[in-house]
Design a binder for this molecule. Structure first.
Ligand SMILES: Cc1ncc(COP(=O)(O)O)c(C=O)c1O
Length: 448
């Protein structure tokens, strides 16, 4: 990066040198009350709308209007195979083969579907590893899976009578088992905000015989820490466990190589970095080596059935080989149209180029924050480039939400996470160096 002088001119010079600068114009940037573009730094929560989305959705509305049910076959983009249009570009985003990738459902639903197949506890190997401070939905999903199989992570589960229900539940693998150690939460060392890879590996090695599944966020939503997914997967496999990741904050943010890393399964949403729109359809990855594991238990539905014979409507479920075999229902075309538009932009920009810009942009943010020299500010996201994506989580000592409100009042859209963290995520597709510069100037002013 060239010498930084910390002024707006320098930020604009960096923007002029940015090979991806024209991508910003492909997005609608929300406006402030006085008509200026907001400084939108919350693509880690909801990505912006590509301008092409409207045309994609209008095409499907038109085909529905004019063709009705015939649109399944005769629409410009036929609805029957519609999800397949996204398979290749989505596989490229997560470093997977098309057979390993499917766009379906939503994130937590997909996590459950993956755990139905891949969490197969035995008497000795029954524990699930997550990170402490995992996104609440992940924790709820994992705990409910543990309970479903007759395990408890919390003493309260006994008090709620959950075990009584399980004893009557023929699905429970180990009915009556009262293991409250079934959830392992990886916790940072005292005084540290993020996990050390060596500590994660050490836990996996130490507890390995009893671990059934390791399920971490590829990038933690709160700290912005990106985990060493390859090292964790290797250690998990060595211990005999299945390894999966929630990639909500990783897909479209960092370069992923799910296939090469040998990850067993993954699930993600597409409304954050992937700009698929509010509540957009999720993604799932199942490694090729499980593609024909038809004996794995799964929750089945007709959309996962062999495509050649699906419409013979036979009584026997025959899953499609690969990730598509985990589908259940026919998918929402209007929502998928938005995602198609966005994935086209990703295919054009390419993850490698986005990752290069992301490092520069977030590095610039980090440098400007350090230059404020305000002891109240601490970036809790790891400094190493391999340990993060575009998000920086800024802890502000003794701050309350009024600081965040003051920043928002100046035209910044970021987000606040209790008790004292502002999350800022310059997205390389549409954020500029000028955005970052202006944000830091506003933060500086508000801190005073
Ligand atoms: C890490 C993580 N997991 C799970 C979820 C829940 O996603 P969904 O509501 O799409 O199931 C989110 C949502 O933001 C998330 O960030």
């Amino acid at each position: 990066m060239p010498q930084i002088k910390f002024d707006q001119f320098e930020a604009e010079t960096l923007d002029d040198a940015d090979p991806l600068r024209l991508f910003r114009d492909k997005f609608h940037i929300p406006k402030t009350k006085d008509g200026n573009a907001t400084i939108y730094l919350t693509g880690n929560s909801l990505g912006l709308q590509p301008k092409s989305v409207r045309g994609y959705i209008e095409q499907e509305l038109l085909d529905w209007e004019t063709l009705g049910v015939e649109g399944h076959v005769y629409a410009k983009n036929p609805w029957l195979p519609y999800h397949e249009f996204m398979t290749k570009p989505m596989a490229a985003v997560v470093g997977a083969k098309p057979v390993e990738t499917v766009v379906m459902n939503s994130l937590t639903v997909n996590l459950h579907l993956m755990m139905v197949s891949f969490y197969r506890p035995t008497t000795s190997r029954y524990r699930i590893v997550i990170e402490k401070g995992a996104f609440p939905s992940d924790r709820y999903a994992v705990e409910s899976q543990l309970r479903f199989h007759g395990y408890s992570s919390e003493p309260e589960a006994v008090a709620t009578g959950y075990h009584a229900a399980i004893e009557k539940n023929p699905v429970a693998t180990d009915p009556g088992s009262d293991r409250r150690d079934s959830l392992i939460e990886l916790t940072p060392r005292t005084g540290e905000a993020t996990l050390r890879t060596e500590d994660i590996i050490e836990t996996i090695e130490r507890e390995g015989d009893s671990i059934a599944v390791i399920l971490l966020g590829g990038v933690n939503y709160y700290t912005g820490q990106a985990f060493d997914m390859k090292a964790i997967t290797d250690a998990g496999h060595k211990a005999g466990a299945v390894v999966g990741f929630d990639l909500a904050h990783a897909a479209g943010n960092i370069e992923l190589n799910l296939h090469d890393w040998n990850v067993d399964f993954a699930a993600w949403c597409t409304y954050k970095y992937l700009n698929g729109g509010p509540g957009s359809v999720g993604g799932a990855f199942v490694h090729e080596r499980h593609a024909k594991a038809f004996d794995l238990p799964r929750f089945a539905g007709w959309w996962g059935h062999d495509k050649e014979t699906r419409f013979l409507m036979g009584p026997e479920f025959r899953p499609i080989a690969g990730a598509e075999g985990w589908q259940i229902s026919n998918p929402p075309i209007l929502q998928m149209a938005a995602l198609c538009a966005s994935l086209e932009i990703f295919a054009e920009a390419g993850m490698p180029a986005l990752a290069v810009k992301s490092r520069l942009l977030t590095g610039y943010l980090e440098t400007l924050l350090a230059a404020i020299e305000n002891p109240r500010i601490q970036v809790i996201t790891p400094r190493e480039l391999s340990g993060r994506g575009c998000q920086l989580s800024i802890r502000v000592q003794d701050a309350d939400k009024s600081l965040f409100a003051a920043i928002a009042d100046q035209g910044v859209t970021a987000d606040w996470r209790e008790p004292d963290v502002i999350r800022v995520a310059p997205a390389p597709l549409y954020n500029s160096f000028a955005d970052v510069y202006k944000f830091v100037e506003i933060l500086k002013k508000c801190l005073k």
